[in-house]
Design a binder for this molecule. Sequence first.
Ligand code: CUA
Length: 177
Amino acid sequence: MSLAATILIAIVVMVILSASRGSEDKTTAKKKVYALRNKYFWGLTILVIVGLFTTLQSLPYSFSGKQADETYTVVALQWGWKIAPGVSNIAPADFEGADEINIKANKTIKFIVTSQDVNHDFSIYNDEGVLLTQTQAMPGYKNVLHYTFPKPGTYHVVCLEYCGGAHDYMVTTINVI
Ligand code: CUA
């Protein structure tokens, strides 16, 4: 397959080379190509800048930079969650936390998320099944996620990274009061 592709590319290149030879003055052709390249360059640059500024504002993970009201440490494991208030320097495997927690509404919550075994994904859903925010839970890394629960209710933490046999059951509840 790759040999056939290589041969095809070689043929195309040879056809292009033979077609371009002598048919046009080399410097004129060069100028044309450069002018076209310039147009493409500036066109793409403007497109990227406009795209960046218009889409950045709708990023779901914006954080105003103000101090978080409360911090929680989250450790993911096969197959469950350990969540507790505060910053932890304990090794993830030794860390102790609750499966189900209560959090206050309208407070900026800082989640420090890690894993004690394999990659998981800490994602928060509302009771209508809408994904609100998420971050990877990775062994050896602490990923920070800021989130403000808009109103009291039952929210669900679901693992969104396939992590083995009981991945589907890696679900818990955050009671927002
Ligand atoms: Cu943990 Cu999937």
